[in-house]
Write a protein that binds this ligand. Structure first.
Ligand code: GLN
Length: 486
């Protein structure tokens, strides 16, 4: 069963060849068996999952509507609210925070018949690129257990990669869905800004955050987007547009499609990433695409812009964690000021504190023109550079990551960690959709991925192009050998 796609599992359920309880029990058993080693899950919601499954089986028996995601198991990153369950954000601060409402995402998933298996690990408050900054434990990469799965949505991606679930969800502020997907050889999607509701996602960088699905193949991403890509009244940044169909009129070839590649910006690629990227371009070319050179040199500033804007927004978003309304209150506090100060000091980890301080600094009256305002201006230039590029091509392509997965504790310098996001942050800065698709392995059998960007709201075409690319590249090895068994 673990080799089946989400679409196949749903169809087996609809054809009454498998019950929802069978599917759910099967994946819960896989989690039980393998997650002791991998540590993808902070909280497994077995009871809830089995209850949902039972109800679904009843509904199917009575010919009631079961929903378009019926019986599909799903893992949710632990910064997205599920009513009555704890949302930890992998932080000591929130170990006691029970969500009083459902996120719109979970609301939709459950109304469409999906089965939520559990909450997955992340870098604390989604700040990081390796899952090592979870305050609980690091998650392992199923392809190489001495390596990180990437981050921050490392728990969901590793879980999909090891087939502990066919679908996972993450949040992508600067690459947290796509980078770990690349490290774990699964498909990770960041929709256009505003396409998927963020209501009930704990905010990190509000102008950058998007919830995104993780799957074993691009068609499953399409299925999920058909369900979740819709307007939400509770999110003021949600776009009021009709839902779209992803899985009809699929793209058949790359003929007449222009692929823009910022060759100059990609000059100093790591050799194994380069080789794989060139091979991917060759596949597109052989299938009719025209590859053109575009100028996106401005992207060399994207990391700097991202870390000013993301930390500025994080510092204000995290101000709500004061030990009064949310989270743990310090036991050592004697005065009101103590409550704020000690609760934050004891509750937040090092990376989170660093970001709050950086963000407060770039927003402070003496420095905001030099940093925050300057970053906003360069952000506008990046948006414009993409608009210019898309006036000459349909998709822009880059590698998904500058390197393959790395060993635990091997990156000591924070700037080197921030550089992990080099190819992913531009999509968040510009608000455009981007997808990371497995494209091979390096000589040590570590996964490599290809990334495609499309203009804002061209989500359907982008997922379809990814699906066609995936078909043409036809990777032989799809499941990490250690987990390719019952
Ligand atoms: N790695 C990036 C960061 O640390 C992106 C995180 C994310 O997308 N949530 O901020």
């Amino acid at each position: 069963m673990y080799r089946k796609s989400a679409i196949e599992l749903r169809d087996l359920f609809l054809e009454k060849k498998l019950t929802a309880v069978e599917i759910t029990t099967y994946f819960l058993n896989r989690i039980e068996k393998y997650d002791r080693e991998l540590k993808c899950y902070i909280n497994v919601l077995s009871k809830r999952a089995l209850n949902t499954a039972k109800k679904l089986d009843e509904k199917l028996k009575n010919n009631e509507r079961v929903g378009r995601l019926a019986a599909i198991p799903i893992a949710i990153k632990d910064n997205i609210h599920i009513l009555d369950e704890i949302t930890t954000c992998a932080s000591q601060f929130l170990t006691n925070y029970r969500a009083p409402f459902n996120s719109t995402l979970v609301e939709i998933l459950e109304s469409e018949g999906a089965i939520i298996l559990g909450k997955t690990n992340l870098d604390e408050f989604a700040m990081g690129s390796s899952c090592e900054d979870s305050s609980f434990f690091p998650t392992k990469n199923p392809w190489n257990l001495s390596c990180v799965p990437g981050g921050s949505s490392g728990g969901s991606t590793a879980s999909v990669s090891a087939r502990l679930t066919p679908i996972g969800f993450g949040s992508d502020t600067g690459g947290s869905v796509r980078q770990p997907s690349a490290f774990c050889s699964v498909v990770g999607y960041k929709p256009s800004y505003g396409r998927v509701s963020r209501y009930g996602l704990v905010a990190f960088g509000s102008s950058l955050d998007q919830i995104g699905p993780i799957a074993t193949n691009a068609k499953d991403i399409g299925l999920i987007m058909e369900a979740i890509g819709k307007h939400c009244k509770k999110d003021s940044t949600s776009l009021n547009l009709p839902q779209e169909i992803y899985l009809e009129n699929m793209l058949e070839s790359f003929k007449n499609i222009k692929i823009g590649v910022p060759f100059h910006f990609l000059e100093n690629l790591n050799p194994s990433i380069r080789k794989n990227f060139d091979a991917s371009l060759e596949i597109l070319k052989q299938n009719g695409a025209e590859i053109i050179d575009i100028n996106l040199d401005i992207l060399k500033y994207s990391i700097a812009v991202y870390y000013v804007i993301a930390t500025a927004e994080a510092s204000t978003n995290l101000a709500r964690f004061d030990g009064i309304r949310y989270g743990k209150r310090s036991k050592n506090a004697k005065t009101l000021n103590d409550i704020y100060k000690l609760s934050r000091e004891e509750g937040f980890g090092e990376e989170v504190k660093k970001r709050i301080m950086l963000g407060t600094y770039v927003l402070s009256s003496g420095y905001k023109n030099a940093y925050y305002k300057k970053a906003q201006k360069v952000r506008t230039m990046i948006i414009k550079a993409f608009a210019d590029a898309f006036s000459t091509c349909d998709f822009v392509c880059t590698p998904a990551t500058p390197n393959t997965c790395f060993e635990f504790d091997s990156i000591k310098n924070p700037i080197d960690m921030y550089r992990q996001d080099l190819f992913t942050v531009p999509a968040n800065i510009a608000g455009i959709p981007a997808i990371s698709i497995p494209s091979g392995f390096d000589k040590d059998n570590k996964p490599i991925a290809f990334q495609m960007f499309a203009p804002q709201l061209h989500d359907v075409r982008l997922v379809q192009a990814a699906s066609l690319f995936e078909k043409k590249i036809n990777l032989k090895l799809k499941i990490p050998p250690l987990f390719d068994k019952e």
